[in-house]
Structures are given as structure tokens and as C-alpha cells.
Design a protein around this ligand. Structure first.
Ligand code: IPM
Ligand code: MG
Length: 343
């Protein structure tokens, strides 16, 4: 039976980068069944909520979920009683139990000069950010009055252990666990649990603990030193955007969010909906292509097809393909054509 994929194009450039991604998947000879749902701002406009029960149920029953991007100025609000597109994303992560967010950062030699960082700094970088995705301050209790507000950051031993296990399994050389154990209590538990798991099951992998402020500095001064970075939800959010500068553009970074084996994963670019360029045909579709590759690899166990997309992107870039975010002039159509012709 054909694998069933839920498509969530979302907002802004989302639909424009989803269509060519399906084209690419079809060109690979795959024969998936696609079902498209409104999500984020588009769903707020139609249904008053960023994620309907029906869409969540469809995602839960699918083999994988491919999401483009959500959000835009139209739905920007600080009023806690109004729906926000991002709530859809958080609801989906929670509703599918997607606790492990994998964000690979592998700058291509062809793009070394597209990064604001020096070539010598970036050279040899090949790292993976493993971000905990369903706990911490994102999901803790929130309070708000006119004059005060609070967000609780909580982690259980079990939540830390399962994400650390993902990181140790993914490591080739070393795991860098990032926390703020000099100040924050959840970080002290984090460090303790990671240390214990390491000693009990992964003593053959090198483990280091660094504080998040130092990690932010090392990431742009010594990125090639990292292999796998494992960290809590908000630190991972911040560090993965920072790491995107290494690849020249956030328009190149894919991500995979995974839960328990057998559960559908969610695959999406790290970038947002870029409302400023939506509808102009200028969006870089490559992070979306690479997210589809992660879907093939991690969600559908189609390694050869995943690698085919990745190498087609590599080759197109090596031949000189540059979208605007990479300092060139290629639009979505040209970029798609360039990748298709290398498939
Ligand atoms: C990300 C995004 C989301 C996050 C937002 C849109 C809720 O920044 O996936 O990194 O903070 O997790
Ligand atoms: Mg983010």
C-alpha cells in the first residue's frame, strides 16, 4: 500500500515550496498518497484555530507529515486570548509525541563563501543539533496578569533520558550536552541524567557538558569541533538558528521531528514563512527539499531516495545555483529545475 503523507503547506511561502517538493518526490518515482490540510494562519482564517482536531487525527493516522511554514503579520498578536499560527506547530509536536528534533548542519563547500563567517572557521563542520521538543519552558504552565507573567520550565528524568539516548545513538565522535547548570535547576537535573545514561550505556562515546552561553560562542568560533549537540527545547531553538549561519542561509536547513518508533514523524524546514517574499517566486525551496529527504530517510526508510535528493541539491549548488538568500538571483522555479536536472 502506498505510504500516506499529510501535507501542511501552511502560510507565506509555504505553498510555493510545497508544490515543487511534490514534483521532486514524484520525479524520484515515489508513489505516495498525499492529503493536504490547512494549517497555521490559513487554518485560523478558515476554522478559528491553527490546528483542528480533524487535521491532528489525520496526521496521527498518516505515515509521515510534511510541513512547510506557518505564521505572518496578519496573525501576529500579543493578546493571549487570540489564536496564533505557532500554536498549531506546538499542538502537532505534542499531539504526535515528537520529542526529538534533529537539525543537521552540514555546510557545503560550494556555499562556504555564502556564510558571513570565514571559510577557515566553517571548513569541516558537520554537526547535528538534537533538540528536546515537547518539554521545558515551551510547554510549562503559563500565567499572565496585566502586570506580570510567568512560564514554568520543567523536565522529568524520563524526558531527559529519552532525548539523550537519541543523541548518543546518533553520535559518531562525541556528544556535547548544552545546559545552564550553573544557574538553572532543570539544567542540573539534565546534566545528572545525561551523565548517568552515558556511564550506564554509552561510555564508548565521548561526552562533554558546556554552558549554553559558551556553546553560542563556540558554535561560531569553532563549529567543526562539534559532532552531536543535545539540548533542551528553548536552547535548541536558539542554537539551531545560530548554527544556520554556518550554512550560508537558514533557507538551507531541514529538520526532522520524531517520536516513538512506529509513530509518524514531522518533517519541516527550520526557516519560517517569509511573508515579505511570499508570492514573488523568490523563495529558496532547498530546505524543504532536504526536509523531504529526511522524511524519506527517517520516516519511510527510503535511504537511497533520500540520498538522491541530497546529492542533487549538492550538485546543483556546485554548478552555481544561488537563490537570493545565498546572494544569487535564482527563484523557486529555477532552483527546482536545477535540482530536478541533477536527480
Ligand atoms: C522552530 C520555530 C518554532 C519554535 C516556533 C515557530 C514556535 O522557531 O521550529 O524553531 O520555537 O520551536
Ligand atoms: Mg526556531
Amino acid at each position: 500500500m502506498a505510504s500516506k503523507i499529510i501535507l501542511l503547506p501552511g502560510d507565506g511561502i509555504g505553498p510555493e515550496i510545497t508544490a515543487p517538493t511534490i514534483e521532486l518526490l514524484r520525479a524520484l518515482g515515489t508513489d505516495f498518497e498525499y492529503e493536504e490540510h490547512l494549517f497555521g494562519g490559513a487554518s485560523i482564517d478558515a476554522h478559528g484555530t491553527a490546528l483542528t482536531d480533524e487535521t491532528l487525527a489525520a496526521c496521527q493516522a498518516a505515515d509521515a507529515v510534511l510541513l512547510a511554514a506557518v505564521g505572518g503579520p496578519k496573525w501576529d498578536t500579543t493578546d493571549p486570548s487570540k489564536p496564533r499560527p505557532e500554536q498549531g506547530l506546538l499542538g502537532l509536536r505534542k499531539g504526535l509525541g515528537l520529542y526529538a528534533n534533529l537539525r543537521p548542519v552540514r555546510p557545503l563547500p560550494a556555499l562556504y563563501d555564502a556564510s558571513p563567517l570565514k571559510r577557515e572557521v566553517i571548513e569541516g563542520t558537520d554537526l547535528l543539533v538534537v533538540r528536546e521538543l515537547t518539554g521545558g519552558i515551551y510547554f510549562g504552565e503559563k500565567t499572565r496578569t496585566a502586570d506580570s507573567a510567568s512560564d514554568v520550565c520543567a523536565y522529568s528524568r524520563e524526558e531527559i533520558e529519552r532525548i539523550a539516548r537519541v543523541a548518543f545513538k546518533a553520535a559518531r565522535r562525541k556528544v556535547t550536552s548544552v545546559d545552564k547548570a550553573n544557574v538553572i535547576e532543570t539544567s542540573r537535573l539534565w546534566r545528572e541524567v545525561v551523565r548517568e545514561l552515558h556511564a550506564a550505556e554509552f561510555a564508548d562515546v565521548e561526552l562533554e557538558h558546556i554552558l549554553v552561553d559558551n556553546a553560542a560562542m563556540q558554535l561560531v568560533s569553532n563549529p567543526a569541533d562539534f559532532d552531536v549537540i543535545v539540548t533542551e527545547n528553548m536552547f535548541g531553538d536558539i542554537l539551531s538558528d545560530e548554527a544556520a549561519t554556518l550554512t550560508g542561509s537558514i533557507g538551507m536547513l531541514p529538520s526532522a521531528s520524531l517520536g516513538e518508533p512506529g509513530q509518524p514523524g514531522l518533517f519541516e524546514p527550520v526557516h519560517g514563512s517569509a511573508p515579505d517574499i511570499a508570492g514573488t517566486g523568490a523563495a529558496n525551496p532547498m530546505a524543504m527539499f532536504l526536509s523531504a529527504a529526511l522524511m524519506l530517510r527517517h520516516g519511510l526508510s527510503l535511504e537511497a531516495e533520500a540520498a538522491a535528493i541530497e546529492s542533487a541539491v549538492d550538485r546543483a549548488l556546485a554548478q552555481g545555483l544561488r537563490t537570493r538568500d545565498l546572494g544569487g538571483s535564482a527563484g523557486t522555479r529555477e532552483a527546482t529545475q536545477a535540482v530536478l536536472s541533477n536527480l
